[in-house]
Write a protein that binds this ligand. Structure first.
Ligand code: ZN
Length: 222
């Protein structure tokens, strides 16, 4: 999970809501066509083109607008910009496992779900070299992180395999000389902490950042 810094409500959503009058009330269901596409794209861009929960690369056609607090129980938040995120998965293929927003469904718990909008959300999770995501070992974070991983299905084989594949591509298949030097680790941390010239984070950047920080500590580079 990567922290998402929300700014101001984008015009497209503000304008849509501003059309409200005595005879017409805006609702999420009525947000359609170009307005919806534009807003969806805005969410993807502000997240650096990665899923709000797992960090997978997303585009409009393979992601959906996610209600962090579900519409079923929180209808007053259905068009609240700060409740709307972009999550991976749109049309689920037969036998494709659900995860992230599609896995969570209508579930929500204010104390047991880590929000990507809180500044320290990244500290709730740890990552293992075998692709697993684990709850932080900090006592006050264990319960909420464990429940979040479970509800979002972040440890299913599909996501573990994707993370392992990317970890391997860096540590085993790349030109990097191992073990990594302190300079190389700093360079990689710099690279994965930022968006590229197109405003995109690298997929699963948080996993690498965690592993690189661990390596820096293990090798006593700090
Ligand atoms: Zn995801």
């Amino acid at each position: 999970m990567k922290y998402i810094r929300k700014t101001n409500e984008p015009e497209v959503l503000a304008n849509f809501k501003a059309q409200a009058n005595e005879d017409w009330q805006p609702s999420y269901e009525l947000l359609r066509g170009k307005d919806k596409q534009q807003f969806h794209h805005h969410l993807i861009s502000e997240q650096g083109h990665i899923c709000c929960y797992c960090g997978e690369r997303i585009v409009s056609s393979d992601s959906h607008i996610e209600h962090f607090q579900p519409q079923t129980d929180y209808p007053h938040l259905e068009l609240d910009y700060f409740n709307l995120l972009a999550s991976c998965q749109q049309k689920i293929q037969p036998k494709e496992p659900r995860h992230c927003g599609m896995g969570k469904g209508d579930w929500f718990h204010s104390e047991l779900l880590v929000s990507p909008l809180i500044a320290d959300c990244e500290d709730f999770f740890e990552y293992a070299a075998d692709g697993q995501i684990l709850p932080s070992r900090e006592l006050e974070k264990v319960a909420v992180a464990t429940e979040t991983i479970e509800r979002l299905s972040l440890n299913i084989n599909k996501l573990k395999a994707l993370r392992t594949g990317l970890i391997d591509s860096i540590y085993n298949d790349s030109e990097l000389e191992l073990p990594l030097s302190a300079d190389e680790i700093d360079k990689l941390i710099h690279y994965y902490s930022r968006t590229d010239e197109d405003g995109k984070y690298q997929p699963y950047c948080q996993v690498f950042l965690y592993l690189l920080e661990q390596e820096r500590v293990d090798r006593k580079y700090v």
